[in-house]
Design a protein around this ligand. Structure first.
Ligand code: FAD
Length: 477
């Protein structure tokens, strides 16, 4: 991290949403000396017993925070690999073993960790360094205007103003609504949608429905077949026809099962908040009717279930420099909740934003740094969204030639890695390694290496004008 900026260059950041993305951004921004206020509509104490996946690209960042290494090791489960089981027959069709050698090269492990435990530590760290945290503060409106400081107003009428507004408010982001509106109004030609080639990235998907079930592992004691699942530290993948079931341990007490489909929500689907009293979705039993008996038994043992509906926005934009707004995490992209990378990309966003704004010394530089954030993050998050959706489509092919071809490919992974030719081993690992090896801080540093020469800054002759390559920050607005 760069040294904290001098006091007179301190900016005030308003973060709407104090979950994974918001808290990582808040912590890293505060570390750089800025004032940060986090506003969240929920209670401070997270009562959800659910779990998230922490792949190596997320571990790498989290482990830079005090206490996180120990937390992941003590409260999480270190994932040893993935086993693919034909959903209907439970026949093993593929296996990805996270080889010690590959993980050692990556320098970070893959964990599954209870969400509430991770959040508690992030909150503790934020509080320790002076981030202002305000819970039960639901934001009802956002006010922005060109060249003005953005502000938000809570349902109680409290107003918060800052130099930069960060939308970390999840899949139904109110900040995203305002940002999209501003973009449409300004008819911006420098539009990130150019990169998206007509929704190609989303594989034609517009809605993702995920039901996430939490089961206490003590429930498995009387069922030897289920107990085998808990005895394993592997991530179980049951591909079905257009439906995917995933199961994994999450620390010693929790087993998580998610049932995902991307074929659109039905009128009976519930989009629930993450709370322990959320109603169980009614139609999941039908979705798993064709699955092996263990899957059905798992759902019956669940104590909680949270079903979320993610809608892929038609317009994609993550920053609006003229009004100093930026989106991070699920507000910025639609990476399948309950899959491998929903939280990892949110954490990367938070860290990247903090690192970019560690270079801020003057208010005029905000548009330029937002432009930098967009350059670093947009491609990364959209390509991850596309690869997660694409993988989902392939893995849930219905019976037929496409599924047979997929199974043929997966079968290569069943060859013992020691007996596998190097090229095949490299091919099997390639996609995973590219994702896992990504370092969000390094990506920012690479951008900064070239980007700093273009950053507007005050003229040393004291006339108050900006100089540098771009005499005016308006170039980035
Ligand atoms: C309590 C909770 C538990 C979760 N548990 C899991 C889990 O077990 N497994 C999993 O895969 N994913 C879980 N998620 C979702 C997961 O955190 C995200 O998919 C991912 O980590 C991206 O995080 P995010 O910070 O971008 O968004 P989110 O985690 O969705 O956080 C958005 C935050 O914004 C707040 N918010 C939304 N609108 C407003 C508003 N108008 N005013 C103020 N605040 C607002 C919400 O209360 C929430 O805290 C959970 C989310 C929450 C909030």
């Amino acid at each position: 991290m760069s040294p904290a900026p001098p006091l007179d260059s301190r900016m005030r950041f308003i973060v709407v949403g104090g979950s994974v993305a918001g808290l990582c951004a808040a912590y890293t921004l505060r570390q750089s000396g800025h004032d940060v206020v986090v506003l969240d509509k929920r209670d401070e104490r997270v009562q959800t017993r659910a779990g998230i996946r922490v792949p190596p690209n997320m571990t790498r960042l989290l482990e830079t925070l005090p206490g996180m290494k120990t937390l992941l090791r003590e409260y999480g489960t270190e994932c040893e690999g993935m086993t693919f089981l034909e959903g209907e027959t439970s026949q093993i069709i593929g296996r990805m073993v996270f080889l010690d050698e590959a993980m050692a090269d990556l320098g970070c492990n893959f964990y599954m960790v209870p969400y509430d435990i991770l959040l508690k530590q992030l909150l503790h760290l934020c509080r320790q360094i002076g981030v202002q945290l305000k819970f039960r503060t639901e934001i009802a409106s956002v006010t922005v205007a060109f060249g003005q400081r953005p502000s938000v107003v809570s349902v109680w009428g409290e107003r918060f103003e800052g130099d930069v507004l960060i939308g970390a408010d999840g899949r139904d982001s109110i900040v995203r609504d305002t940002l999209t509106q501003q973009m449409e109004d300004s008819d911006d030609e420098n539009d990130d949608t150019d990169l998206l080639a007509e929704r190609e990235h989303s594989a034609g998907v517009s809605e993702i429905v995920v039901a996430s079930y939490s089961i206490n592992t003590s429930q498995f004691r009387d069922n030897p077949e289920l107990q085998k699942l808990v005895d394993s530290d592997e991530y179980m993948v049951w591909p079905g026809s257009h439906v995917l079931v995933l199961g994994h341990k999450c620390g010693p007490e929790l087993y998580i099962v998610t049932v995902t489909r991307v074929t659109g929500a039905t009128p009976t689907d519930i989009d629930s908040e993450w709370n322990p009293r959320a109603p169980f979705p009614r139609n999941t039993d039908a979705l798993v009717a064709e699955f092996e008996p263990r899957v059905k038994s798992l759902l019956k043992l669940a104590s909680h279930c949270h079903q979320t509906i993610q809608r892929i926005p038609a317009v994609r934009r993550i920053t609006h420099a003229p009004t100093s707004m930026v989106l991070i995490g699920d507000a910025a992209h639609t990476i399948t909740i309950g899959a491998t990378h929903n939280s990892s990309i949110a954490v990367e966003d938070g860290f990247a934003l903090g690192r970019i704004f560690s270079h801020l010394t003057e208010r005029d530089q905000i548009p330029y740094l937002l432009h930098g954030y967009r350059e670093v993050r947009f491609g990364r998050s959209m390509s991850t969204e596309a690869s997660e959706l694409g993988a989902f489509i392939v893995v849930t092919f219905p019976p037929g030639p496409a599924r047979d071809a997929r199974n043929e490919q997966l079968a290569y992974s069943l060859i013992n890695p020691d007996d596998m030719p190097d090229e095949l081993l490299a091919m099997t690992w390639a996609t995973y390694l590219v994702q896992f090896n990504y370092d969000a801080n390094e990506a920012v540093d690479e951008w900064w290496l070239m980007g700093k020469f273009n950053m507007p800054h005050r003229n040393t002759n004291g006339n108050g004008h900006t100089n540098g390559h771009s005499a005016h920050s308006s170039e980035y607005e």
